[in-house]
Ligand binder design. Structure first.
Ligand code: EPZ
Length: 404
């Protein structure tokens, strides 16, 4: 891969921020929103609740004046688990919401106990029956909430539910991802009073009402990291624009350990691989540790690196499903519990591959780009959930790729 790529707005910042627009009985404008399937689904859910949304080329204008429904549609809930984030916004706005259990997916059981415990502590009554969860309360009362685990979704959901609560909410042991800071900045742009994102405690002082705002989504650090891995895997020479390198420090650290040469200028990152890639070890951890969303891309990259590498997946219990597809291409990977043990091989052979989830699917496309000959990857609708204009962007940097 050779050339320059523009990174899009962050999927994982866009989804909670779009949900948060429900809290304002007015209009909010959000810029730099990626045009991907998950964003389309989130917008459809908001429209089913009564919002009017206009899309102009990466900008969303959300009119949330009249929310007439507090039930998240089942089909969209199953299709996209992160829809659960709307519950916190509906509770903040209407003091009620109803949804089906999001259920597990290809990477794990994805429970929401921490979300529900947080709601209960804010005074919400929760009734779970026949697969439905019904939440309601007279009012939301600020309190101190300690998360057993720094869950991204639980942190975001409790932030949304407590913005308009009476009193102050302290959330401890929160997730510290950059997307949490982006959500805090958006809520404050609407007149909320949230502080502490990026630290391990977030403090939300309840306010009476919010107002219209205009806001821009941060760059997608996982999309950027994915393209850096693809450039490294194909021994390319690539420059990524619209990137915040600070959000990628643990990823950049690992790429340097693997012998990638990386340079920085204003909002860009350059990557070159002088000779061969060298293996390393990785443990996925909550931010600022190494991101689980980059695990499959790095296992694939390490497959082509010299030596033996060990990757430990500490966040999700079932995030190696793509490995069998890599083995079909000649990869030498053994899974032992949470660990993937990877022996580097000189190259991978083309094969017919099946993507079953977003990041594993991106990793398979990366593997196919390195193999001499034609590979076919099915299930790319999973990949299109999180990567805007993937085929177009890869073609710009010389990949021979087309959508059948
Ligand atoms: C967010 O998912 C991201 N999704 C995920 O990205 C990301 O992998 C994950 O955070 C971790 O960084 C979005 O932001 C839309 P968690 P989320 O709650 O919020 C357990 C991608 O590829 N847990 O931090 O669901 C859970 O089982 C996606 O873009 C509980 O036990 O992640 C998991 O093991 C995939 N109880 C761990 O915490 C709960 O109530 C991390 O989950 C909630 C979570």
């Amino acid at each position: 891969m050779e050339g320059e790529l523009d990174v899009s707005g962050s999927k994982n910042a866009s989804l909670p921020i779009i949900a948060a627009t429900i809290l304002n009985k007015g209009t909010t404008v959000i810029q730099n929103v990626p045009e991907i399937r998950d964003v389309k689904m989130m917008c459809s859910i908001l429209e089913s609740l009564g919002c009017k949304i206009t899309k102009e080329e990466g900008t969303l204008i959300v009119d949330a004046k009249s929310i007439i429904n507090s039930e998240i549609p089942d089909d969209l809930m199953h299709e996209m688990r992160s829809s659960v984030i709307i519950a916190g916004a509906l509770l903040g706005r209407l003091h009620e919401c109803k949804f089906t259990y999001p259920g597990g997916c290809e990477i794990g059981s994805r429970p929401i106990n921490l979300h529900l415990e947080g709601f209960k502590q804010l005074g919400v009554g929760i009734d779970e029956a026949n697969g439905f969860i019904k939440c309601e309360c007279e009012k939301l009362i600020g309190t101190e909430i300690v998360l057993d685990f720094p869950s991204v979704g639980a942190t975001e959901n409790i932030m949304l539910a407590s913005c308009l609560a009476e009193g102050t909410t302290y959330i401890k042991n929160v997730a510290r991802e950059p997307e949490i800071r982006n959500l805090q900045d958006f809520l404050n742009a609407m007149g909320a009073n949230v502080a502490g994102a990026g630290s391990n405690t977030i403090v939300i002082k309840g306010v009476k009402t919010l107002h219209d705002a205009e806001f821009s989504i941060i760059p997608d650090r996982i999309e950027a990291g994915t393209y850096l891995c693809m450039a490294a895997a194909t021994k390319g020479d690539v420059k990524l624009n619209h990137v915040n390198a600070e959000h990628l420090s643990s990823v950049i650290h690992k790429l340097k350990q693997m012998n990638c040469k990386i340079g920085f200028s204003k909002n860009s990152i350059y990557l070159k691989v002088p000779r061969e890639l060298i293996g390393t070890n990785i443990k996925t951890m909550p931010y600022p540790g190494f991101p689980t969303d980059m695990q499959s891309q790095f296992v694939t990259l390490l497959t082509l690196a010299r030596g033996t590498s060990i990757v430990v997946e500490n966040i999700f219990e079932n995030r190696y499903k793509y490995v069998n597809e890599l083995i079909k291409m000649g990869a030498n990977i053994t899974i032992e519990g949470k660990a993937a043990i990877i022996q580097g091989v000189p190259k991978l052979s083309p094969a017919n591959l099946e993507a079953k989830e977003l990041r594993g699917g991106a990793a398979l496309i990366m593997a196919a780009l390195t193999a001499e000959g034609e590979s076919k990857v099915t299930g790319i609708e999973y990949v299109e959930r999180g990567y805007e204009n993937l085929v177009k962007k890869l073609t710009i940097v010389g990949a021979k790729i087309q959508k059948a």
